[in-house]
Design a protein around this ligand. Structure first.
Ligand code: ADP
Ligand code: MG
Length: 694
């Protein structure tokens, strides 16, 4: 059976004309199949009428009763309060928004069916704004015979409309039309996945006998069936990306004979075992004619820069250009300084490019990059821009991957070395990626792990202190700096605005200057000129500043070994991965380091739990796993950047145990059923994500 793309026109459904079909298409529902795969987020049980006497707060329930009276009452807010009674008890319906018509409809003695959430009220149980159906006409109203689905919706589509659309689509299916089951029997049987039809039908209209709790927890077999298929489609996309990438030619670079040896001889320390191992993995990749696409994960301070330098030297010695890209100017500047110092003695000049480099200086650098006079180029994402022409780019190194997305990775590939070649790519991240996420989000990459810190580091001791004790913390900074230590004071804001962040940091800086007049205190934030930032960083690094007040711009990569104290204000505002990154700025030298999380009380339960993890662990992988459990994958990876991480049914945390099987199934699909893969990918990933969660 050769799978054909499934696109039955919406107008095949009863009640959908061309005008409605067009409106739905605009909302992302283009075909009958789209409607069938537009699945409920949750369910309500309206299959039984509950006696009022059996209600408990928190239930969503259907009740039926007779109105005793309805009055407007003046509480803190005016509301319409209607007492309703069945044989077993009474309940109040409360309306904060109501019309005169509603009030007169709810007349004493009328009979109603109501649906809503039951809550405790001042005098017994209440339902706010229930859905109402009048029961006074002679015909008895049937109750629903299935659970009521709640769909992801978008402006212009009500739940009622979505329900009638899915009714029509299910009726279409019941008439003998088929929905292509794209999973080969071999796979369905092997993993006991059940039928697609049954799964779809069950999820749209679960029978009252269904285990509602299992559905709510995503443990129902029908959800597994679809989650499996969705994860499989996702995995196949990643494999396709990977195959496309590897279909390009890359320059084969023989191992370095000269440069690496000279570099290592000058390095003031021996490589760690992990650096050697990962270095060798990269070196093998670079010798191939296929582009390398390798992710190096290593906790903050693991020594990724040295690994990057070794990779660069192999490419340089083979006569190819190398680009190193960092997500912030500060970090790019630091890399530029490091690489210049390391490479100058080897006779290699290092070019520099950032957004704020302007005019003649910029032209100069662009020129050097284009002619190949600069074999090594360090910069920010300015390196992606169209005006940048490389002479023969052979290796691109991207530091701190989580800030860059798949798209940027592809853009870089197209900067291809000398026409027909694609550059090798090395991606380095200090955000440990939990294994489950790595398996799906980065399935297109090979990964190496730098799992060993250089010797002589002392773990950072982390404490939680409420900001009511801020004075004590200031005293601690005074004492620490008096002993010759250096400290960071990090200001956080939730707002993305650099301006507000800068203002907040300035205010803190002023107040600290007042409290600690004997210290020299610097300020650094994203609104400063690169030259100013560089000056401040240099002063701090050189020991001229005791204390550096900073926004989270220092998060990534900045290296000042003598800094051994860090205060983070309002740490509850940041993700754990980001806190871990920040904290990684201290504990780089041999003195014991401390990190004070100066939180704003009271903390939420979740907030307390998250900060507790920071106090208990300094292992980036442990922190990342917990963060994933607590916040979900979108937050951890930055959904906006990865683009591919939004699932309709699957949940990477909940369905993590499916992933190994999904991976197996994906390679089976590729090998034995390649003709089905495009349709499967199309079904799950083709359309945009217009639908918000309700
Ligand atoms: P990260 O992995 O966070 O990018 P860096 O590359 O910035 O870490 O290295 C952190 C610090 O550790 C730097 O000062 C670096 O010189 C030092 N370092 C790197 N490798 C070693 C090693 N093998 N032994 C001792 N120090 C090292
Ligand atoms: Mg780094």
């Amino acid at each position: 059976m050769p799978p054909v793309p499934e696109t039955t026109s919406l107008t095949a459904l009863k009640g959908i004309g061309p005008a409605l079909a067009e409106k739905l298409t605009k909302l992302g529902l283009r075909s009958v199949q789209d409607i069938l795969f537009h699945l409920p987020l949750r369910y309500q049980d309206r299959t039984r009428v509950m006696p009022i006497g059996a209600l408990r707060p928190g239930m969503d329930a259907v009740i039926e009763g007779v109105v005793q009276g309805a009055d407007v009452v003046m509480g803190r807010r005016k509301s319409l309060l209607c007492r309703i009674q069945d044989g077993s008890g009474t309940l109040s319906l409360r309306f904060y928004y109501f019309s005169g018509a509603l009030k007169s409809n709810l007349q004493r003695g009328s009979r109603w069916r109501c649906y809503g959430e039951v809550r405790p009220g001042a005098s017994g149980l209440e339902i706010y704004h229930p859905e109402l159906q009048n029961l006074d006409s002679s015909e008895p109203l049937p109750v629903s015979d299935t659970l009521t689905p709640i769909y992801p919706s978008t402006e212009g589509l009500s739940q009622q409309r979505l329900r009638s659309l899915s009714d029509a689509a299910l009726a279409w299916l019941a008439q003998g039309n088929s929905l292509l089951d794209l999973l080969p029997e071999e796979i369905s049987n092997e993993y006991r996945l059940g039928s697609l039809h049954d799964a779809i039908r069950t999820l749209h209209r679960p029978p009252p006998s269904v285990d509602l709790q299992a559905l709510e927890d995503g443990r129902h077999w029908a959800q597994h069936r679809l989650a499996f298929e969705e994860l499989l489609a996702h995995q196949l996309t990643m494999l396709r990306l990977r195959a496309e990438f590897r279909a390009h030619q890359a320059p084969a670079m023989p191992p370095s004979r000269e440069l690496t040896a000279q570099f290592l001889k000058r390095l003031p320390f021996p490589l760690t075992g992990a650096q050697q191992r990962v270095g060798a993995e990269i070196s093998t990749d670079l010798q191939q004619r296929q582009p390398m696409l390798r992710l190096v994960q290593g906790d903050v301070g693991a020594g990724k820069t040295v690994v990057a330098a070794m990779a660069a030297l192999q490419a340089l010695e083979a006569g190819w250009q190398v680009a190193l890209m960092a997500p912030t100017e500060i970090l790019a500047e630091q890399h530029h300084a490091n690489f210049s110092a390391w490479f100058a003695p080897l006779g290699i000049s290092v070019a520099w490019l950032a957004g704020k480099l302007k005019g003649k200086a910029r032209q100069n650098q662009l020129q050097m990059i284009a002619t190949g006079d600069a074999a090594m180029v360090v910069g920010t994402h300015a390196l992606f821009q169209g005006e940048v022409q490389f002479h023969n780019l052979g290796l691109a190194i991207i530091d701190e991957q989580h800030r860059f997305g798949v798209q940027q990775r592809l853009a870089l590939r197209d900067k291809g070395a000398a026409g027909q070649f694609s550059p090798h790519q090395l991606i380095m991240t200090a955000t440990p990626i939990p294994r489950t996420l790595a398996m799906s989000a980065y399935a297109d990459l090979d990964t190496s792990v730098l799992d060993e810190l250089p010797p002589g580091r002392t773990p950072v001791n982390t404490v939680l202190i409420a900001d009511s004790r801020r004075e004590e913390v200031v005293e601690r900074v005074r004492a620490g700096c008096a002993e010759g230590r250096q400290a960071y004071w990090v200001c956080t804001l939730i707002e993305e605005s650099e301006q507000l962040q800068a203002q907040a940091a300035e205010v803190t800086w002023e107040s600290l200057c007042e409290s600690l007049p004997e210290l020299s205190i610097g300020l650094i934030h994203g609104r400063m000129k690169p030259s100013e930032k560089a000056e401040i960083m240099a002063a701090f690094k050189g020991g001229d500043l005791h204390l550096l007040v900073a926004t989270t711009v220092i998060e990534v990569g900045v290296d000042v070994p003598n800094a051994s104290l860090m205060i983070i204000e309002n740490p509850e505002r940041l993700g754990l991965a980001q806190l871990h990154q920040l904290r990684g700025r201290v504990g780089r030298g041999s003195t014991a380091s401390h990190c004070v999380l100066l939180y704003h009380a009271p903390l939420s339960h979740l907030g307390r739990e998250r900060l507790g993890i920071m106090r208990e662990s300094t292992d980036g992988f442990v922190i990342a796993e917990k963060d994933l459990q607590l916040r979900g994958p979108g937050e951890v990876l930055g959904t906006r950047q990865t683009g591919l991480m939004q699932f309709r049914v699957a949940d990477l945390v909940r369905d993590a145990d499916l992933l190994p099987r999904v991976q197996e199934a994906a390679s089976m699909m590729q090998q034995r059923y390649p003709e089905r893969c495009p349709a499967l990918i199309d079904r799950w990933l083709a359309h945009g994500q217009q639908f918000a969660q309700v």
